[in-house]
Design a protein around this ligand. Structure first.
Ligand code: AHM
Ligand code: MG
Length: 360
């Protein structure tokens, strides 16, 4: 009783929480990673250090963001980024923090960021490059929401530098999502959470701000197979392809016997919409539109990492026709239409797009 968690996700009894505030019953992110690392023969700890570096940068960004509104870090820089989008001060701040943490950590050899046109090779002060990992990231997804106090997040995708590759460059990063060795996100919401996968399930850690640790709060996350809510910018309805318009009509039909009409839930901050749908079920769609004929979201550091996570949690992600993780990337900032979330809902959307199902 008085479980403060989402059903079946994590179970922290409210009285226990209030009385004990005994964090020793929680595993820290660091402990969790080290335990997993110990089970891999010949593991050097490099990957564990990389995750630690990302989590430290996440804590710094979290700290700064909690002060937005008090110090002059909200609002725009007056610049436009490589995507042609207005850059927020927090976009740049987050980008700089993650790049700094990854450089300092030494495990990463190449960074691709939404806020930087080119891939960024990392070398040590001696000019050597030792790191074996490539990190692609959206340092602050949904950043235009910061000024109005709405959840935003960081999304990251990790690849290994291919064997005998030579000097790391963009070519090394352009791997299919299936090659990701890890992916995750940090959502800066009513609490701050670090959620990641290494292809062995999905685990979520909540930041306990007074001790500065991410604690395992959502072990082995599974996403519902279906649900009754959808997330899409419906203002673009008239420029959706006919199959998608049909699917939306189907979800809106007055059919109470099977729970329709569904509810719309759209925050406008992908990582936050994704996080809610991961825990509660639902589908997030950013399709091709007239303004964005290839979709709006970026394949390499938005769609791929969250596709890896959703699949690991039992969900599905596609561009409407093809599995996201199987797509062959051609550019760092490439866009893709995206249908992601509860498996049955994504499958139904695909059937509508293929004309195999109609609203009736
Ligand atoms: P960003 O990475 O520059 O923040 O842009 C991506 C954002 C997503 O977080 C969000 O889901 C989407 O853009 C919202 O777009 P729209 O305003 O067209 O609905
Ligand atoms: Mg983004």
């Amino acid at each position: 009783m008085n479980d403060v968690s989402a059903p079946g996700q994590h179970a922290v009894n409210f009285e226990t929480w209030m009385s004990g505030q005994n964090y020793t019953r929680f595993k820290t992110l660091e402990q969790f990673i080290i335990e997993r690392q110990d089970s891999i023969p010949h593991s050097t700890g490099a990957f564990s250090r990389l995750i630690r570096d990302l989590s430290v940068a996440g804590k710094i960004v979290n700290r700064d963001m909690r002060r937005a509104g008090l110090v002059d870090i909200a609002g725009t820089t007056g610049e436009v980024n490589v995507q042609g989008e207005v850059q927020q001060k927090m976009d740049m701040l987050a980008h700089n923090e993650f790049v700094r943490a990854l450089k300092r950590g030494g495990e990463c050899c190449l960074i691709g960021s939404e806020e930087h046109a080119e891939a960024i090779p990392i070398s040590t002060q001696s000019g050597d490059q030792d790191g074996q990992y490539i990190v692609l990231l959206d340092p602050l997804d949904g950043s235009s929401n910061i000024e109005v106090n709405v959840s935003v997040g960081t999304i990251f995708s990790i690849y290994r530098l291919p064997d005998d590759y030579g000097e790391p460059d963009l070519g090394a990063a352009l791997q299919a999502g299936l090659n990701q060795i890890a992916a995750g996100y940090i959502v800066y919401g009513s609490s701050t959470m670090f959620v990641y996968t290494t292809g062995d399930g999905v685990n979520g850690f909540t930041l306990e701000p007074s001790i500065g640790e991410f604690l395992l709060s959502h072990p082995e996350i599974r996403t519902p197979k279906t649900a009754r809510s959808y997330s899409i910018n419906e203002g673009n309805y008239n420029s959706f392809e006919p199959g998608l318009r049909e699917y939306i009509k189907w979800m809106q039909a007055l059919e109470p016997h099977d729970g329709r009409p569904y509810s719309t839930r759209y925050i406008g901050s992908f990582v936050s919409d994704f996080h809610r749908n991961l825990l509660k079920g639902g589908i997030y769609i950013y399709p091709a539109t007239e303004k964005n004929p290839d979709g709006k979201l970026r394949l390499m550091y938005e769609a791929n990492p969250l596709a890896f996570i959703v699949e690991q949690a039992g969900g599905r992600a596609s561009d409407g026709h093809q599995r996201i993780l199987e797509r062959t990337p051609e550019a760092l900032h490439q866009r893709t239409p995206l249908y992601i979330g509860s498996e049955e809902m994504v499958l139904r959307a695909e059937r509508f797009l293929a004309g195999k199902e109609v609203a009736g």
